[in-house]
Design a protein around this ligand. Structure first.
Ligand code: ARG
Length: 438
């Protein structure tokens, strides 16, 4: 490992302790490295604006930072065990290339605000991806809700309950994914605050140009209080994981439906072949593994959130404990987004077996309609309910699922789905950002 940036001439370094301290930071910091470089460029500009760097020094630093990004992207520069972490690697490289000018880059900043700003930029990007996936999934659901209205048994407790429809199934998930997209957007707005320039958590004796770094890094606002920047580490990561988790909770329930509906016993749904796999021993099998892993993905996100929460039992100010939050965050965010990315196409291409679904609707499933019709005629509902219960099958005879669905006029039910409202809600996501700008 190169000499740590904090190394002073007389202290001894124990390799095992250094390994423990560094943990898997150089591996994890690869994830944030481009963002760390971007933020470093902004910091250099800020320093130049307050004359802590002259124009030549700032230009040289920015040029080397760009080259470092290129080399990292091409694999010519590898962030590995030679460095304690990504932040030290940047300084080491600038120093190697630019000597004293490189040694100036860390003026007025700390690795504490450096890690914060890099992860924050990364989180914002991931929340944008989350929003895009949720929007795509919602769009597929809305389109299919509008174009398909096949009768489908509606279940409660996994028991046949009332007549439902594919449009209602789709509309439900459409609204869920729209809410999830909004949550992604709101969370992104909520964390859209620049921590760079808070240094170790207490500011510095320089009039840093934080307005400039906030603007060029594309943050909606400055995270003003230096102490709060450190308090927000982990808290913001948890919020991002919660936003991803919210979408994956919906995916988990959707995947559950699909794993039931694709069984031979239900046989309501077929998913495209590439979403299934074969068995290594049973030649007859096609297994819905993708659906199962979609269902399982929530666990990784929830675990990551829990890990951050456990680490956050800390006093204010930077604490090294926080370093351990990065692994869970990377794993949880990646796994969550990988899962969500597959959802729109799977939903767009799954097929319903209309005749099987229709055959699964038995006459007794009209009993609730019958009771409510009686109530509409003036019979007290409880009496109508009892009468319909006694003759559930008889009451439903001769009725078709389509009749039941056509009469389901309560807002949000089959005959009044209000897909236009949902559509407007989806489009409104593209309107001006919903977050404070100061
Ligand atoms: N790797 C560290 C982290 O993720 C970077 C900050 C180190 N700061 C310090 N004061 N030791 O938290």
């Amino acid at each position: 490992m190169t000499e740590p940036v904090w190394q002073k001439s007389d202290s001894k370094i124990d390799a095992r302790i250094m390994r423990f301290l560094a943990g898997d930071d150089v591996l994890l910091d690869r994830e944030f490295f481009f963002h760390d470089i971007t933020a470093s460029k902004a910091h250099v500009e800020g320093l130049a604006n307050i004359s802590m760097l002259d124009a030549g020094e700032a230009a040289a630093l920015k040029r080397e930072l760009d080259l470092l990004a290129d080399d990292f992207g091409s694999g010519a520069f590898v962030l590995d065990e030679r460095f304690e972490d990504g932040h030290s690697a940047i300084e080491a490289r600038l120093t190697e290339r630019l000597g004293d000018t490189g040694r100036k880059v860390h003026t007025g900043r700390s690795r504490n605000d450096q890690v914060l700003v890099a992860t924050r930029l990364w989180l914002k990007e991931k929340l944008s991806e989350l929003q895009a996936h949720c929007k795509s999934a919602a769009r597929v659901c809305l389109d299919r809700a509008a174009s398909e209205s096949l009768p489908l048994p509606g279940y409660t407790h996994l028991q046949r309950a009332v007549v439902s429809s594919t449009s209602m199934w789709w509309a439900g998930f459409a609204e869920a994914f729209i809410d999830d997209a909004w949550r992604a957007r709101q969370t992104r707005g909520w964390i859209d605050a620049n921590p760079l320039g808070t240094a170790a958590g207490y500011g510095v004796n320089l009039a840093l140009d934080r307005d400039h770094t906030t603007r060029v890094l594309g943050f909606a606002r400055m995270q003003v209080a230096a102490n709060y920047a450190q308090l927000s580490r982990g808290k913001f990561e948890m919020a991002a994981l919660e936003a991803i988790g919210s979408a994956l909770l919906d995916v988990r329930r959707m995947a559950w439906d699909l794993s039931l509906f694709t069984t031979a016993e239900f046989n309501f749904v077929q998913v495209p072949d590439e979403y299934t796999t074969g068995s290594s021993i049973m030649p007859n099998k096609r297994n819905p593994d993708v659906i199962e892993l979609l269902r399982a993905s929530y666990a990784s996100v929830a675990a990551a959130r829990t890990e951050v929460e456990q680490l956050l039992s800390l006093p204010s100010g930077y604490q090294r404990d926080l370093q351990f939050s990065k692994g869970g965050i990377c794993h949880g965010v990646h796994r969550g987004l990988l899962a969500l990315e597959l959802v729109p196409d799977l939903l767009a291409r799954m097929k319903w077996n209309a005749s099987v679904m229709r055959a699964a609707i038995e006459p007794s499933m009209h009993a609730t309609d019958v009771a409510i019709e009686q109530a509409a005629q003036g019979v007290p509902f409880r009496d109508a309910y009892r009468a319909a219960a006694k003759a559930a099958d008889a009451a439903g005879q001769g009725r078709t699922p389509e009749q039941s669905l056509a009469a389901r006029t309560s807002p949000g039910a089959h005959a009044d789905l209000r897909l236009d409202d949902l559509h407007k809600r989806l489009l409104a996501l593209d309107a001006a950002p919903a977050c404070p700008s100061v």
